[in-house]
Design a binder for this molecule. Structure first.
Ligand SMILES: C[S@@+](CC[C@H](N)C(=O)[O-])C[C@H]1O[C@@H](n2cnc3c(N)ncnc32)[C@H](O)[C@@H]1O
Length: 263
């Protein structure tokens, strides 16, 4: 693909590595190298990305059926099949969605992200999740979402891209304290907990020197993000086990996923 303005194709970025695993075409050589090296070292990582994407759709559908009409989707990714607004507005045409990502390549797809039903609304802003105030106070966010009504905060496969020094738990809190009671947190996260030790060790060895940052976290660490929330059944589980049948049942499991309701 040609290089859109503001993008360095030599530095791998998570949105494009993930796009490659999902079968997309919006990735560069540097992204494909990271994606292929990880796939070669560890089984099931691509299938797990696909399971994660399927979880996003299932969670959005479930919440829309519960009456949720507002979504703040942090770490949008390059548009793929079943983007948040498409799933939500198929169930509820009046659903409103704001997407946020810090990879400029996502902006080049804004047209795909900004389609909307006449009754609903979608918006996209380029911002860094490490700056919650810039997002929460952004005029597009305030114009699109009503913070007196429940909102689903989507942090699907994003916090693993933050280092511990970024204080991911503090960031989740900064976002969730802005939400009214009855709001939801939809979250998935890379983990090594569910894998045989030899696969976990291979993963750590293969990714140690990669230019793209990912931090696997334990169940206990991930559960902390749900402080102040009641987990919806079946709780925090392997990503393929959250409602419905798994897409790739026999893939090694790399992600925890859960949905919580704010008390
Ligand atoms: C693995 S993709 C997940 C995409 C989508 N949420 C999904 O699960 O299908 C992670 C996304 O988070 C974005 N991202 C990573 N770090 C970010 C940050 N600090 N601020 C905003 N977005 C970030 C990446 O650009 C990428 O699009």
């Amino acid at each position: 693909m040609s290089t859109p303005h503001g993008i360095n194709p030599n530095v791998p970025h998570s949105a494009r590595v993930y796009d490659y695993w999902l079968g997309g075409k919006d990735n560069f050589e540097a992204d494909r190298r990271v994606a292929e090296a990880t796939m070669a070292a560890v089984p099931g990582v691509r299938e797990s990305a696909r399971n994660n994407r399927a979880f996003l759709g299932r969670a959005v559908r479930h919440l829309t059926q519960l009456g949720i009409r507002q979504f703040l989707d942090l770490g949008t990714g390059i548009p793929s099949q079943g983007n948040t607004h498409e799933v939500a507005q198929a169930e509820a045409p009046d659903a409103r969605v704001v997407y946020v990502d810090n990879d400029p390549i996502v902006m080049t797809h804004a047209r795909a992200l900004l389609t909307s039903t006449a009754d609903g609304k979608t918006a996209y802003i380029e911002a860094d999740v490490r700056d919650p105030r810039a997002i929460l106070d952004h005029p597009e966010v305030r114009d699109t979402l009503d913070f007196t009504e429940p909102i689903a905060l989507m942090m699907v496969a994003i916090l693993m891209h933050l280092a511990d020094e970024d204080d991911p738990a503090g960031l989740v809190e900064a976002f969730t304290e802005a939400l009214p009671s009855g709001s939801y947190l939809v979250l998935s996260h890379l983990t090594l907990d569910l894998l045989p030790k030899n696969i976990a060790d291979d993963y750590l060895a293969a990714t140690k020197h990669q230019a793209m940052h990912r931090t696997p976290r334990s169940r206990e660490q991930i559960l902390r993000y749900f402080d102040g929330f009641d987990l919806v059944e079946p709780g925090l589980v392997a990503v393929s086990e959250w409602h419905d049948t798994p897409l790739f049942a026999d893939s090694a499991t790399w992600m925890y996923a859960g949905v919580g309701r704010k008390r």
